[in-house]
Write a protein that binds this ligand. Structure first.
Ligand code: SF4
Length: 413
């Protein structure tokens, strides 16, 4: 394992030979000369090749939903289309995308060019929240001659503002708000044209796959999901920071000790589990057990701390992030956060029943995934942290010091 610290203070780890993060340990930021020395020039492929190769390696989108990239490519119509690279990393606990953009920006640009070439597009937009990633990508774009069609845009902060439909709406001048789940980027995307839209890490994988070919790309990872993934590890873990790991490894290998401690998988739209058991880094398998990898965040509070403190803090923050367009979300999430706070303060079974009623009223009722994701965070906490809630119900508190490992923007308490 290599451990390095990049200039943005995010510690970066790789297990085995790094791919996405190749050169980052030595260089911090991989400039064009070093990038070409490590990866060569981008290899531009035909659409049929890229579609087949992404299907062969079961490349799944890295923004949270884990949608098959081959299906997205196949859904794109012919004619004038756009490519949208979403680097709006709005999950407060995640650092993987900004680490990639600030440390290996040319791999992201290569992937965007690979997708654009395959789709016959000359319009690439890269949407970025944070200044450091923006500057790194701008510098990378200026370092090379093949980025004439690339536009790099700063997008506003905000959990929901980073959702792909919000980004599309914002770029189209309609405000960074979700436009409804039925709006599909491959029908109505940037500039109202069909857009191939995915997360920055997905594009970096497209660059690697196109360069390596299927056989070499699949030399690491599992048979069901070849390749590597970027994760952000938080709290009581083997090494906090951003990590590149082969797909398929046991999650417990990343979090030694504390076998039965609660772990949050996926981020703030993610799932609390009581134990990692035999769980492995496999997006399909994790989804099947109800704990999708989501934004690639894995967090474990320290032993002997009160994890309910974290659940209350994040629930309040999730409620404050509603974009206010849909009643069940705008009114339901604050009420759910109040229920969680009351239960953590010792409320009993009545409050638990009211929470369960509210969950059924909120779930599936928003124009975006925010209410469903928030409900997943809250209801999985109720299930996985039963012992902790019971202790609070009995004594009003567990008596432990508050856990404080989950970050929130602007130090929200
Ligand atoms: S579900 Fe919530 S966050 Fe999403 S658009 Fe509606 S109000 Fe906004």
């Amino acid at each position: 394992m290599t451990v390095i610290a990049d200039p943005s203070q995010t510690t970066v780890h790789t297990f085995g030979a790094p791919r996405l993060l190749a050169g980052v340990a030595e260089l911090g930021r991989v400039d064009l000369g070093h990038h070409v020395a490590l990866h060569g020039e981008p290899v531009l492929r035909r659409r049929s090749w890229l579609s087949g190769a992404t299907r062969d390696v079961n490349l799944l989108g890295r923004g949270g939903a884990g949608f098959p990239v081959a299906d997205k490519l196949d859904a794109m119509p012919s004619g004038r289309v756009n490519v949208l690279v979403n680097g709006s990393e709005s999950e407060p606990a995640s650092r993987k995308d900004r680490t990639l953009m600030s440390s290996a920006p040319h791999l992201v640009l290569d992937g965007a060019l690979v997708a654009a070439h395959a789709l016959g597009s000359s319009d690439i937009t890269i949407a970025v929240h944070d200044q450091r990633s923006y500057e790194s990508l701008m510098l990378a774009s200026q370092e090379r001659r093949d980025t004439a069609g690339v536009r790099i845009v700063r997008t506003p902060d905000g959990f929901v503002a980073g959702e792909i439909r919000s980004v599309i709406n914002g770029l189209n001048g309609e405000g960074y708000m979700p436009g409804g789940r039925r709006i599909l980027p491959h029908h109505h995307g940037v500039d109202a044209r069909p857009s191939f839209a995915s997360n920055v890490e997905t594009f970096a994988h497209l660059a690697l796959l196109s360069r390596l070919g299927v056989a070499d790309y699949a030399r690491t990872g599992s048979t069901s999901e070849p390749g590597t993934s970027l994760l952000t590890l938080i709290g009581d873990v083997g090494g906090p920071g951003v990590v590149e790991v082969p797909n398929g490894i046991p999650l417990a290998s990343l979090l030694p000790g504390q076998a039965d401690a609660p772990v949050l998988i996926g981020g703030y739209h993610g799932t609390w589990v009581r134990s990692l058991g035999g769980l492995a880094l496999d997006r399909v398998a994790l989804r099947a057990v109800g704990a999708p990898l989501g934004a690639g965040v894995i967090a474990r509070p320290y032993a002997g701390t009160c994890v309910l403190t974290e659940v209350v803090r994040v629930s309040n923050w999730l409620a404050s992030e509603s974009a206010g367009q849909c009643g069940p979300c705008f009114f339901g999430l604050p009420a759910l956060a109040d229920d969680v706070a009351a239960l953590a303060a010792g409320a009993g079974a009545d409050r638990l029943q009211s929470l369960a009623r509210r969950v059924s009223l909120v779930r599936g009722r928003g124009a975006c995934a925010h209410p469903d994701g928030s409900v997943q965070f809250i209801s999985s906490a109720i299930s996985a942290l039963g012992d902790e809630f019971e202790a609070h119900a009995r004594y009003g508190s567990c008596g432990r010091p508050p856990s404080d490992v989950l970050p929130l923007p602007g130090g929200v308490a």
